[in-house]
Design a protein. Structure first.
Length: 428
């Protein structure tokens, strides 16, 4: 039997407690599978006295996560505090400098500082693992770096923020407004302490930056992501999209194109019969397309104590077994700098307009679309009792620049009663 693998765990919140619980409850199973024990030498959090619902007896307490990260009696530093900078990054750096392997769930830190931390790890012959950082319990990092290592990846996309998917599906099912369902999600404790991380698409974009880095061999490029949250998705659009056979999702898409790396996190329409369209509530889904494998779809819980701790344990178990791979699926020194695509791939678009109901209004809209080279695929005008006519259009594939030209020209027609809404329809 090998020596135990000794952990220092910083952060005893939702995820940290989950990890402690698994290590305590599954000690025999883990030992049987790994051929060695997993032990916890010491833990750290802000408040020593808080009852965390799990026994911490037998573990030393450190107030300072850096001290924990550099203790002689730990082999692996498990960072579960969170935060892009501050103690999480300082302690991770300290651990790597002290020769400790690192496991983290911290997507914010890795999306921003991932390349420099990977350099520190790889230059010191250490691993930095982060399965829990993307899509919680779904083993997507392992799938991309190992299961699909023989594939040229063409596209990675998915719904990677459970709170946003909860809000959008609750809006659809209840018919309530964004503001009403946001308040409900907040009351249920589904949102981050800073809800903007969720509804602004930032949390999901952190995850997308990590997947894109692995898929396309580039340094994580969070700043290169075209980012739009769900705050402006209205119940009117959710209803109208449903009427045309679509669901609205906060969809992350990363794709290498001839014009550079396209990374988008934005509300998109997807067919309601597609796996992404059928994804309800707080569940996550990641779709990966490889040249050899074709398309695979991974679905599962993206957050919560059990699922996230399950992913952290996968990393700990890999380290216990002696796994020693590069952080982003290939040596960090070989990662290219991402060149952000200057324009989006062409797509069909959904347009929702409110027109002043007078003769020739529709003709004017059709003309500006035609003049900009945007072709109409489907069009629907709804019965109405007032002077404004609700109109929906689904275009054929077009480039965004042509659509923007048309939208700009629409403003001068004098037939718009409200600002039009344009949403991309993603091919899935
Ligand atoms: N919750 C989830 O479902 C998921 C979380 N993650 C990621 O996992 C990480 C942890 O998340 P989660 O468990 O939810 O976070 P919590 O807010 O529940 O817990 C954070 C923990 O870190 C401790 N902490 C914060 N600052 C310090 C500090 N300066 N020194 C020592 N300890 C500190 C807190 O201490 P105290 O308890 O005393 O306040 C707390 O125990 C984050 O990176 C998050 O993004 C990833 C996927 C899903
Ligand atoms: N706020 C995140 C937690 C997991 O990263 C979500 O809703 O998916």
């Amino acid at each position: 039997m090998s020596e135990p693998l000794r952990l220092g765990i910083a952060g005893l919140g939702t995820v940290g407690v989950g990890v402690v619980r698994i290590i305590r409850q599954q000690a025999a199973l883990l030992e049987a599978r790994l051929g060695r024990k997993i032990t916890i030498s010491a833990v750290s959090a802000r408040s020593k006295d808080r009852d965390r619902g799990v026994s911490l007896s037998g573990y030393d307490w450190e107030n300072d996560p850096i001290k924990l990260a550099t203790r002689d009696d730990i082999d692996v530093f498990v960072e579960l505090m969170g935060g892009e900078d501050g103690p999480a990054k300082d302690a991770t750096e300290a651990a790597l400098k002290a020769g400790k392997q690192v496991v983290t769930a911290n997507k914010a830190m890795l999306a921003i500082h991932g390349a420099e931390l990977a350099e520190l790890a790889e230059n010191n012959g250490l691993v930095l693992r982060y399965e829990a950082a993307v899509a919680g319990g779904i083993p997507v990092i392992k799938t991309l770096t190992e299961g699909l290592a023989g594939n040229q990846i063409s596209r990675v996309m998915g719904v990677m923020n459970g709170s946003c998917n909860f809000i959008l599906t609750r809006m659809e099912n209840s018919g309530k407004t964004y503001e009403e369902i946001f308040a409900e999600a907040d009351g249920l404790g589904y949102l981050e302490a800073d809800p903007q991380l969720d509804v602004g698409g930032i949390d999901a974009a952190h995850k997308l930056a990590l997947l894109a880095a692995i898929a396309f061999g580039t340094r994580p490029d969070f700043a290169g992501i075209q980012l739009e949250g769900i705050e402006r998705v209205s119940i009117d659009d959710i209803r109208a999209a449903a009427d045309m056979g679509y669901k609205i999702k906060l969809l992350g898409v990363a794709q290498k194109t001839g014009r550079g790396l396209e990374q988008r996190m934005q509300p998109c329409l997807v067919p309601d019969t597609s796996p992404l369209g059928q994804l309800d509530g707080g569940t996550n889904m990641v779709v990966i397309e490889g040249d050899a494998v074709g398309q695979i779809v991974l679905r599962g819980p993206g957050a919560g104590e059990g699922p996230t701790a399950s992913a952290v344990m996968s990393d700990i178990c890999d380290i216990a077994r002696g796994w020693r791979g590069p952080v982003f699926g290939q040596p960090v020194a070989s990662l290219q700098s991402a060149v952000a695509a200057t324009s989006q791939r062409p797509a069909a678009y959904y347009l929702r307009m409110t027109l002043v109901d007078k003769p020739g209004a529709m003709a004017k809209i059709a003309t500006v679309l035609g003049d900009a080279g945007v072709s109409i695929n489907r069009m629907r005008q709804y019965e109405h009792t007032d002077t404004n006519a609700p109109v929906l259009i689904v275009t054929h594939k077009t480039d965004r620049a042509s659509l923007d030209r048309a939208l700009c020209a629409m403003g001068t027609t004098g037939v718009l009663a409200a600002e039009p809404v344009a949403l991309r329809i993603e091919e899935v």
